[in-house]
Ligand binder design. Structure first.
Ligand code: NAP
Length: 295
């Protein structure tokens, strides 16, 4: 079996077109333009490019986005004040503080200060609590993107054995919770693997769906998966540079070998990555509609 390769780039494009139509309607019928503020502290090149991509996508679909760049030595108090300012600014529906923050700033303190109704990243404890309870909330963008990819590729999750590798707060943990919930794209039987898992290959071989969010290039090999498995590869690992200096990326899955056994598989790059930014846009639109009492 050779897998169907799921282009996250194409799915994300399709969702962005849908969002663009909804955003235009919101403006026409209610005179509302969703607003997003991105805050970048310091000059980390990867963070700079993520924030730039978020702003570019927002503009392209009709979201008003404002980027604030602060010096790396900005005091914690100043960042807190800035978050508070946008918490009380009605034109701002989403506040995104790009992580990681410089070491002298307490990330948890900053994220907790964001008004949960503007927490479009879905990282605030209130949103995480609402998610666990299955209540209306902003879903964290990467797991949300994986759910959309599964749904739009026709992968049945109900009753499926799902193995998630990784238990981070932003990917593995929420992913596991969402997959086990009594909801569409959920109802799965979930196993979570991490560095203390004894025989990861044995767990993976049982899986109908494997979601890898580890940060170790090509860790999931063909001998670890069963025929027909669906693979969602969240990992983004820089494994070298081209002659022109461009980063060469690889996922957490040995794509070339595993695609010969899988039924569907996401590539890296061009798989889960483009979905993450798109889900941020979806959350920002949701926030604007919630603020206007439309949903
Ligand atoms: P993280 O916070 O570093 O967590 C990695 C997880 O993988 C941890 O739970 C760790 O286990 C587990 N792990 C590490 N090495 C392992 C091993 N050898 N065997 C089994 N488990 C192992 O990473 P993250 O933020 O979740 O990100 C994971 C990957 O996804 C990274 O490559 C990141 O760049 C990528 N990512 C992509 C997107 C996207 O939009 N595509 C978004 C976010 C992250 P312990 O808990 O036991 O330490």
């Amino acid at each position: 079996m050779t897998a169907k390769i799921i282009s996250g780039t194409e799915v994300a494009k399709q969702i962005r077109e849908e969002l663009k139509v909804e955003i235009a309607e919101l403006k026409e019928k209610h005179n509302i333009i969703p607003g997003l503020v991105t805050i970048l502290v310091g000059e980390d090149p990867a963070s700079q490019s993520y924030v730039a991509a978020k702003n570019k996508t927002a503009h392209a679909i009709g979201i008003h986005s404002e980027q604030i760049t602060l010096d790396a030595d900005t005091p914690e108090d100043e960042l807190l004040e800035l978050v508070r300012k946008y918490n009380s600014d009605d034109s701002c529906n989403g506040i995104l503080v790009q992580l990681p923050l410089p070491k002298h700033i307490n990330e948890g303190l900053i994220l907790n200060e964001i008004n949960p109704d503007k927490d479009v990243d879905g990282f605030h404890p209130v949103n995480i609590g609402r998610m666990v309870l299955g209540e209306k909330c902003f879903l964290p963008c990467t797991p949300h993107g994986v759910l959309e990819l599964l749904a739009r590729s026709g992968v049945e999750t109900s009753g499926a054995e799902v193995v998630i590798i990784g238990r981070s707060n932003i990917v593995g943990k929420p992913m596991a919770n969402l997959m086990m919930q009594k909801r569409e794209s959920g109802n799965a039987t979930v196993t979570v693997c991490h560095t203390r898992t004894k025989d990861m290959a044995a767990h993976c071989r049982r899986a109908d769906i494997i979601i890898a969010a580890v940060g170790v290039p090509k860790m999931v090999t063909a001998d670890m998966v069963k025929d027909g498995v669906a693979i969602m590869d969240v990992g983004v690992n820089r494994i070298g540079k081209t002659e022109s200096g461009k980063a060469i990326l690889a996922g957490d899955v040995d794509f070339d070998a595993v695609k010969e056994k899988a039924s569907v598989i996401t590539p890296v790059p061009g798989g889960v990555g483009p979905m993450t930014i798109t889900m941020l846009m979806k959350n920002t639109l949701q926030s604007a509609k919630m603020a206007a009492g439309l949903i």
